[in-house]
Design a protein around this ligand. Sequence first.
Ligand code: 48F
Length: 256
Amino acid sequence: MLDEVKITKAIIDRYYAKLNECLDTDAAIVGGGPSGLVAGYYLAKAGKKVVLFERKLSIGGGMWGGGMMFNEIVVQEEALHILDEMKVRYQRYEENYYTSDSIEAVACLTARAVQAGVKIMNCISIEDVIMREERITGLVLNWSPVEMAGLHIDPLSVRTRFVIDATGHATEVVKVVQEKVPHRLNTPTGLIAGEKSMWADMAETLTIENTCEVFPGLYIAGMAANATFGGPRMGPIFGGMLLSGEKVAKELIARL
Ligand code: 48F
């Protein structure tokens, strides 16, 4: 005989146990797009304690829709080892142009990340950071429905050794830091340079170069890295996103 209250209690108990695990981590990733998922996977695989917060109900960011809802993505040769690691299948289109089904790509990245040990907390938005003497030491969070409804409800906080802003074009965590402590980012002006128009080849290289620590305790990955440093956008080619996630994980593993 199944009991509704037991079902409820099982969910509450398990969720709170998971949430408790997120209160003090090695790395907290903001954004569940391709760069955030890959970063989380490699960090967790190396035994680090990782949480990933995603505003939306669904994980995957801008990857689901391929290009203009044609649900295929392009990945260049350099990043195929990550597709192999994540067990995403791909087909050669022409030299250096490989394609994958975008739904399979998101599903595999998500499954690999969770099974490696990343705690993915969806429907949670990051609205601020915790700071101690100009170093980021945590994140301030609230339910996305609270944010969407504009309710005046105080947030909660988690502590972490490093934050990764993987929020894509919006660069939301970097924007908060720029607002709270202006002119202190590790960019030429100390401010966010802003994303430039489409230039796929240049953007793919710059995404990896721009993946770095932009403020003590805060790394940037994926499109957020390009938007912070004034790199161009690249459209539905995803090698740069995957390689950026791999790079930020490697750098943090060396520091943790
Ligand atoms: O945009 P997104 O997929 O980031 P990415 O990993 O990849 C970019 C590509 O998808 C594409 C591209 C490459 O070809 O140009 O755009 O850099 O995923 C970012 C995720 O972050 C979430 C957002 O809902 C999305 O799923 N997000 C953004 N701000 C917040 C957030 C926030 N404040 N709190 C929690 N999640």
